[in-house]
Design a protein around this ligand. Structure first.
Ligand code: ADP
Length: 298
């Protein structure tokens, strides 16, 4: 149902009283190791909802890589297209203080070695049969552009440009939709004025060439816009937010899957907002992702 192309990281988390300044050493909590990375998060979110999901990624031939492969498999993600080796598994070193503020260092590791050649190697078997392919930018940009080039004419391409950077026009034109939060919208638009409200941002982004745009607004829901079509407000679901980590990845995965089932963009986005809402009521990223039954019960 869905193919995700993207990163897989081990998130190494230590709780601290105070995040260390330059030259300083602080003692922290026991280390917690969580599977993460936007690609792996999206794949797990879709699989948990019941989507048949495959991930195209690269991990290291090391314990973190095996941890990621195990967590993906146990969530039901097809990992046959996850390559291993070439560099250590990507890691995020995260310190969190009692107020929830964090400092993060990311070593992309093997994610940075997911090459256009890797994409070509899985094109016929994995990419071309997919109804929807979803990507983010924690892997080399040239790999994402190669994926787009390899897709079958009928395959829908969904991009969350995170971490954000200015995008080549050809890549923008393939996005259906481009999914951004406010920060990503500002970077993608460059110096271009975005306008006053999220409906204006969506129109401004649409003018850059994608076939459709979704702007996510956290607790305020989302806005969808389609070339030659309507701009639609997607209401959020009111919940007690506990941890927003990975909510955007769950939203994107759910949206991409529902689009592949044939839903319209506003209908798929409304479903994705419910998935995002459940995800923020629970701790963690992948650990917070709901099943379809849990979304229905919301
Ligand atoms: P990102 O994590 O990429 O910045 P958002 O914070 O916009 O993404 O979250 C993605 C989606 O998850 C939102 O569009 C919304 O539907 C849902 N969501 C996020 N935070 C909340 C919240 N506090 N209450 C309800 N829904 C939320």
């Amino acid at each position: 149902d869905l193919v995700v192309v993207g990163s897989a990281n081990a998130d190494l988390v230590i709780g601290v009283e105070r995040r260390p300044a330059a030259g300083e050493t602080v003692l922290g909590s026991d280390l917690a190791v969580h599977p993460g990375g936007k690609g792996a998060n999206q794949a797990v979110a879709a699989a948990r909802l019941g989507a048949r999901t495959a991930l195209v990624a690269r991990v290291g031939d090391d314990p973190h890589g095996r941890l990621l492969l195990d967590s993906l498999s146990s969530s039901g993600v097809d990992t046959a297209a996850v390559a291993a080796g070439g560099a250590p598994t990507g890691v995020a070193l995260i310190t969190v203080d009692p107020s929830g503020d964090n400092s993060i260092v990311v070593s992309p590791g093997a994610n940075g070695r997911l090459t256009p050649e890797d994409a070509r190697a899985v094109a016929d078997r994995v990419l071309r049969p997919a109804p929807v392919v979803s990507a983010q930018l924690e892997i080399p940009l040239e790999t994402v552009t190669e994926v787009v080039r390899l897709l079958a004419p009928g395959t829908r391409f969904v991009l969350n440009p995170s971490p954000p950077r200015e995008l080549p026009a050809g890549l923008l034109a393939a996005c259906d939709p481009l999914i951004v939060n406010e920060h990503e919208a500002r970077v993608i638009a460059g110096d271009g004025a975005l306008g006053d409200g999220p409906e204006e941002w969506a129109r401004a982004l649409l003018a850059l060439g994608p076939r459709s745009v979704v702007v996510t607004l956290g607790a305020r829901g989302a806005v969808t816009a389609e070339a030659g079509g309507d701009v639609t407000r997607v209401p959020s679901v009111r919940v007690d937010a506990m941890d927003t980590t990975g909510a955007g990845d769950a939203f994107t995965a759910a949206l991409a899957w529902r689009l592949g089932l044939g839903e319209s963009l506003p209908v798929a986005a409304a479903y994705a907002a419910r998935v995002g809402a459940v995800a923020v009521t629970r701790e963690g990223a992948q650990a917070s992702y709901p099943t379809a039954e849990e979304v229905a019960a919301l």
